[in-house]
Write a protein that binds this ligand. Structure first.
Ligand code: MG
Ligand code: ZN
Length: 223
């Protein structure tokens, strides 16, 4: 079979991308310094649209709001749907609408945190734009990254997105109650994750029913 592979392209493009990523990394480090200065634990949550990022955040907010002062930065192209859902559960929310941008970057997060009462927060969730590809390349300054995918995303969701799993600190497999119906094998999905990064902890959840959250909460407590 003929395969057309990605070419590294012209020098100009490479330099542009490198300087962009370098700048982002510097700003991400700056963001993390701000978080550390205020004693804020910052968690970047990545996953496709419909994987359950918002549902998971809402459930975590519900369970943790007595223990932590929580804020959420909700990344989305154009809507405020997620931000409103999260707000209802009792967290401070800042919406970032990225327009055509398919990922959050450190600069956007830097802007967002200027609008948060940082001295009154100790846990910050950052919901990235729903996408398993480029957010991997843009650290935001968060201390940990949670990658969420669900059994409805089919049997190849892990092996088709190796980079994002390499960058993850914990993986959440959501909607495990639908695995059989979707014809996906949970052991196979987990093996795919381990093949990419053997040290990655994996948590199975049914986020909309609040099931399987304990391990994530333990992870957050230790983070
Ligand atoms: Mg969402
Ligand atoms: Zn993107």
């Amino acid at each position: 079979m003929k395969i057309i592979k990605h070419q590294s392209g012209e020098i100009f493009d490479i330099e542009l991308e490198e300087s962009l990523l370098r700048k982002n990394k510097e700003l991400a480090e700056e963001n993390q310094k701000i978080f550390d200065c205020y004693g804020i634990k910052a968690i970047d949550i990545l996953g496709s649209i419909g994987s359950g990022k918002t549902t998971l955040i809402c459930q975590l907010v519900k369970k943790l709001r007595k223990k932590y002062a929580i804020a959420v930065i909700a990344g989305d192209l154009t809507t405020q749907i997620d931000a409103q859902l999260i707000k209802k559960n009792g967290a401070k929310v800042i919406q970032i609408n990225t327009g055509k941008e398919c990922h959050l970057d450190a600069k956007l997060v830097n802007e967002a945190i200027k609008n948060l009462p940082l001295n009154k927060i100790n846990l910050l969730f950052i919901e990235n734009v729903g996408n398993l590809i480029c957010p991997a390349e843009f650290p935001l300054g968060a201390h940990k990254r949670i990658v969420v995918f669900s059994c409805t995303e089919g049997p190849y969701v892990v092996i088709k997105h190796p980079y994002i799993f390499k960058e993850a600190d914990i993986v959440v497999i959501n909607k495990i109650d639908l695995a059989k119906k979707m014809g996906v094998s949970l052991p196979k999905l987990k093996a795919d994750v381990k093949k990419i990064k053997s040290s990655l902890p994996i948590v199975e959840t049914i986020a909309n029913k609040g099931k399987g959250l304990e391990k994530i909460i333990n992870f957050l407590t230790d983070a």
